[in-house]
Ligand binder design. Sequence first.
Ligand SMILES: *Cc1c(COP(=O)(O)O)cnc(C)c1O
Length: 222
Amino acid sequence: MIEQNILKVRDSIREACKAAQRAPDEVQLLAVSKKHPAQAIREAFESGQRFFAENYCQEALDKQQALSDLDIEWHFIGPIQSNKTRSLATHFDWIHSLDRLKIATRLNDQRPEDMPPLNVLIQYNVDQESQKAGADLTEITELTESIVQLPKLKLRGLMAIPDPEQNPEISFAKVAQVFKTLQKRYDSIDTLSMGMSNDLAPAIANGATMVRIGTAIFGQRT
Ligand SMILES: *Cc1c(COP(=O)(O)O)cnc(C)c1O
């Protein structure tokens, strides 16, 4: 089932790329495995999927331990508490949900010396939802200036989750605009993480380079 789902999602990505006149290899599939067991991740891995994302630190560490024999690239996409930064800096390759300097500084200081710089995306709260994590436009400008000074972090781009009440096309276009501005200013920026199971096509049409897909691969979460 998981294998077929992955094939279907890859087809949808290919179609969306074609419709947007983009090359299919411009968009990377990130499998969001939160609330699904390690065994489901193993199955997805055996179907050729290498990049996985988790939202909860402890849940992720438990699964990483159970899957330590697999060469998985781990992404963290959930809200970040400051008492979790050491675990995140040690056990992840990417962080998508960076939204404040205090956390960036801690991740930089706690990234082990013998590991490559931690890839980070700034989460952009594009629709200004008060209950949602993420930085606003002014904060993003300040944050990027600071993050590029931190040697153990590598600023790769932006992540966004639009307000489901809004037209996703409009939200994604706004994110793309900010992304393009950042790209002009910083050489390291190449990643735009947006699009989930229900809005993958409009995200790709607006320039997403990484889509985060959970339900369409693993089924409903309980
Ligand atoms: C859960 C989650 C996803 C995956 O959502 P689906 O609708 O299940 O594809 C993507 N991004 C973030 C930040 C999430 O928390």
